[in-house]
Design a protein around this ligand. Structure first.
Ligand code: AMP
Length: 394
């Protein structure tokens, strides 16, 4: 069965065509910087690697570009769109409605639309991907895999906010949790690696968006992102945890509009707001040259993660392993080192030499005397989505 995965972010689309159940990747690629005159489209198959810089105005054009790459008569991998049996769409916000992978129909699309105000950077882009795919790949089944689904097991005491009950009972205001596909994928690999079904795990997803999840018996029991993917850790452009009184102060005293504050907290804050750089590679490089804002931002970022680790050890009443994953978690030995420093009270000890090694597979970077394992596990949301689509259809 050929399954095409479409993973739309706010300004990017990752895609992958896989044959299931063998999980053989037929091609993979990405459209980055959508909305810019210099959008980058990449395509990688067994025989070809293409990189192209051109103007891609919106997600609709992005999907058209992906289709053209797949069907390219010389370098493509498909003769016809009918060769695709199913399309797996990553959908960021499924509210409390969707806790399972779901076949898409009009009702499902309407609900995804309904949740758009809760994930304004993502859900509208996910919907465009679905609607374009329905038109172009009209013989394929369209399936939604929700980022929120894995967190359906978080108990009420952890996901409910301490505001009047009607907001939880009638208006759906609660913590939903995100990056579920990634946390599920890496935690399953860790469980297998540890050979312990009831392992107590803390999964730290550090990419452009960052989140941390406490996992017990394979189930999410608490998570740092909340009602929208904005709470919790310091991210590339998002502030993470912030006292809500600051929002009122910005509006009522400093004269910002609510839209401006929303834009500021989601797109101009986090590491970008602290340093002027969004990409951690630039921040690390500046820090190594003595840039004090970058040094402080790295320390703030790691400190926030440490605090969540402490809280989740309490929630789990123990800990078998910490997992680092995604762009920063997998690649930044410095961030792992800052997070794991001075954690001996918890029996967390990093091995600096192992931490500096690079690998594209799972690796253990703790010292031999560390009771808690520190694992670096490359995430693969596309494979996880493909597995879920395949399971649903078979
Ligand atoms: P993701 O959202 O998982 O694709 O992660 C993207 C982020 O990973 C980028 O913005 C970078 O900040 C970070 N990243 C990627 N490679 C490295 C690296 N070698 N060192 C540090 N950070 C990295």
């Amino acid at each position: 069965m050929n399954i095409l995965i479409i993973n739309s972010g706010s300004s990017s689309i990752k895609y992958q065509l896989l044959e299931m159940p063998s999980a053989q990747v037929i091609c993979t690629g990405m459209i980055e910087r959508i909305g810019s005159t210099k959008s980058i489209s990449t395509f990688k198959s067994k025989d070809y690697r293409i990189e192209n810089i051109s103007k891609i105005t919106n997600h609709k054009e992005g999907i058209e570009r992906i289709t053209a790459l797949l069907l390219d008569s010389e370098k493509g991998v498909l003769y016809s769109t009918e060769e695709v049996d199913a399309i797996g769409h990553r959908v960021v916000h499924g509210g409390s409605e969707f806790t399972e992978t779901t076949l898409i129909d009009n009702e499902v699309k309407n609900k995804i639309k309904l949740f758009s105000p809760l994930a304004p950077l993502h859900n509208p882009a996910n919907l465009v991907g679905i609607e374009m795919a329905e038109k172009i790949f009209n013989s394929a089944k369209q399936i939604a895999v929700f980022d929120t689904a894995f967190h359906g097991t978080v108990p009420v005491k952890a996901k409910k906010y301490a505001i009047p009950n009607e907001f939880y009972n009638e208006k759906g205001i609660q913590g939903y949790g995100f990056h579920g596909t990634s946390h599920k994928y890496v935690s399953e690999i860790a469980t297998e690696y540890l050979e312990k079904q009831n392992a107590k795990l803390i999964s730290i997803h550090l990419g452009n968006g960052c989140s941390i999840t406490a996992i017990k018996d394979g189930k999410s029991i608490d998570h740092s992102m909340g009602f929208a993917p904005s709470n919790g850790l310091v991210m590339g452009t998002r502030s993470g945890d912030i006292d809500h009184a600051i929002i009122f102060y910005m509006v009522n005293t400093l004269g910002y509009s609510l839209d401006e504050v929303n834009e500021l907290l989601n797109k101009k804050s986090g590491m970008l707001g602290l340093t002027g750089f969004n990409d951690l590679r630039d921040i690390e490089s500046e820090a190594s040259k003595g840039n004090t804002s970058c040094i402080l931002a790295l320390e703030m970022n790691a400190y926030r993660i440490k605090k969540y680790i402490g809280a989740y050890i309490a929630a789990l009443n123990g800990l078998d392993a910490i997992i680092f994953t995604a762009g920063i978690g997998e690649n930044s030995s410095l961030m792992r080192q800052l997070v794991c420093k001075d954690m001996d009270y918890f029996n967390i000890h990093l091995d600096d030499a192992k931490n500096d090694l690079r690998s594209s597979t799972i690796r253990e970077v703790n010292s031999l005397d560390s009771k808690v394992k520190i694992l670096v596990i490359p995430t693969n949301e596309e494979l996880e989505i493909a597995k879920q689509v395949f399971n649903l259809l078979t």
